[in-house]
Design a protein around this ligand. Structure first.
Ligand SMILES: [Cu+2]
Length: 158
């Protein structure tokens, strides 16, 4: 006879694939300088099934918003969007100058070499929600070779 603990473990294993429908690759957070209270987080998202990023949170930030950058009157501006739809099998890249997560009211400085946890919440069909925890490395504020970051792309004006 199986012990209840083994039964629970087996159930969790069976449930696991349902929580791996979104592949998150190459995540990074832009490092901050003293006094800076907001920064961007970037990554590639690819969903196996149609879903929607509806929420993000991190213990290092008071608020995390999903932002979009658009050109308005020849000026790049960003604004919060309620969610980001993902099409099955079509990667979506959150990158400087485009969509990004905005970590606001930072509780600590983002230092290069640090890793910060971010939780992404996705809502699939039937409003079913799943959370994915990502460990996100901090990259230097100034872009180096191979780093697509350009700090001037990401001025935050609230
Ligand atoms: Cu932003």
């Amino acid at each position: 006879m199986k012990s209840p603990i083994l039964a629970i473990a087996a159930a969790l294993c069976l449930a696991a694939p349902a929580f791996a429908q979104v592949k998150i690759t190459d995540p990074w957070v832009r490092g901050t300088v003293a006094g800076q209270t907001a920064t961007g987080a970037f990554m590639k998202l690819e969903a196996a099934e149609e879903t929607r990023l509806v929420e993000a949170r991190s213990p290092v930030a008071g608020t995390v918003e999903i932002h979009e950058m658009t050109m308005i009157d020849n000026v790049m501006r960003m604004r919060a969007v309620p969610g980001l739809g993902l099409t099955a099998g079509k990667p979506l890249e959150l990158k400087p100058g485009g969509y990004h997560l905005m970590l606001m009211n930072l509780k600590q400085a983002m230092k290069q070499g640090d890793t910060v946890p971010i939780t992404l919440v996705f809502e699939g069909k039937g409003s079913q929600r799943q959370s994915i925890d990502v460990k996100v490395p901090v990259r230097a504020l100034t872009a180096g070779p191979g780093n697509p970051a350009r700090p001037t792309d990401h001025q935050h004006k609230h």
